[in-house]
Design a protein around this ligand. Structure first.
Ligand SMILES: CCCCCCCCCCCCCCCC(=O)SCCNC(=O)CCNC(=O)[C@H](O)C(C)(C)COP(=O)(O)OP(=O)(O)OC[C@H]1O[C@@H](n2cnc3c(N)ncnc32)[C@H](O)[C@@H]1OP(=O)(O)O
Length: 198
């Protein structure tokens, strides 16, 4: 088994990744903080100042398009839960995902939408690893079988059926101690009109 070590999803060791991680920490702490109103207002000013500096430094996307190529830029987005790919044998990907406080849904569990977001991301990653052709999510079927914890790593497996022309059926599970928490079936389709680098 090999590790796709150069993946931008590894998000290690670059200043840009550090910025993304600090932003995630901020998102987590904003959620549910008990800070008093006066200080909250002061901190809002500081955060606004940071946002201004980032905006004024320019953006590397075009008309809001996320940069999808290799490199840490892709991970500048801080919405998706962080996941690590531990093994990849060319067909099956395994690793762990940790849903953060930011992704909290119902009491003590990860938000179903955050789980769907992660599923789209990991299957999109799988699709990229499997083929040069750019495919888009046509359909995502998420079954929530048991609650997914927040703040603790959960084991995942993602794999693909044989491609059928432009269509790829992809699957993923989240599990804890051998119990399936979530199962996902996705269909990714390479558009008739190829995507231009998206
Ligand atoms: C080294 C570099 C590493 C880089 C590492 C980067 C890692 C990076 C990770 C991040 C990864 C993020 C991944 C996000 C991925 C998105 O979130 S993509 C955004 C969300 N999805 C969209 O916006 C898609 C919108 N829909 C569309 O664009 C079009 O409907 C589609 C899906 C492309 C299909 O359009 P089309 O090409 O015209 O398809 P069409 O010819 O009608 O149908 C083709 C076949 O698919 C079937 N089909 C199409 N749609 C459906 C459907 N919804 N249901 C069932 N069947 C369908 C058709 O029935 C047909 O089947 P057959 O008759 O051939 O058997």
């Amino acid at each position: 088994m090999t590790h796709p070590g150069s993946s931008p999803l590894d998000e290690r060791g670059t200043p840009r990744a550090e910025l993304a991680q600090a932003t995630r920490a901020l998102q987590d702490e904003v959620r549910g903080t008990r800070i008093d109103g006066r200080r909250a207002r002061e901190l809002a000013g500081i955060v606004a100042e940071v946002a201004r500096e980032l905006r004024d430094s320019g953006a590397d996307d075009e008309v809001g398009r996320l940069h999808m190529g290799p490199g840490p830029v892709n991970r500048g987005q801080t919405l998706s839960p962080v996941y690590n790919v531990d093994t990849w044998d060319g067909r099956r990907m395994q690793g762990t995902v940790t849903f953060a406080r930011f992704h909290h849904g119902s009491v003590g569990t990860a938000h179903g939408g955050a789980i769907g977001l992660w599923a789209d991301d990991v299957l999109g990653r799988l699709s990229r690893e499997l083929s040069e052709g750019r495919a888009r999510t046509a359909c995502l079927h998420v079954q929530y079988r048991a609650s997914v914890p927040v703040g603790a790593p959960v084991w995942f497996t993602a794999w693909a059926d044989d491609a059928d022309g432009r269509k790829r059926e992809l699957h993923a599970t989240l599990e804890d101690d051998g119990t399936a928490l979530v199962t996902v079936d996705g269909l990714f389709v390479e558009p008739r009109i190829p995507l231009n680098g998206h």
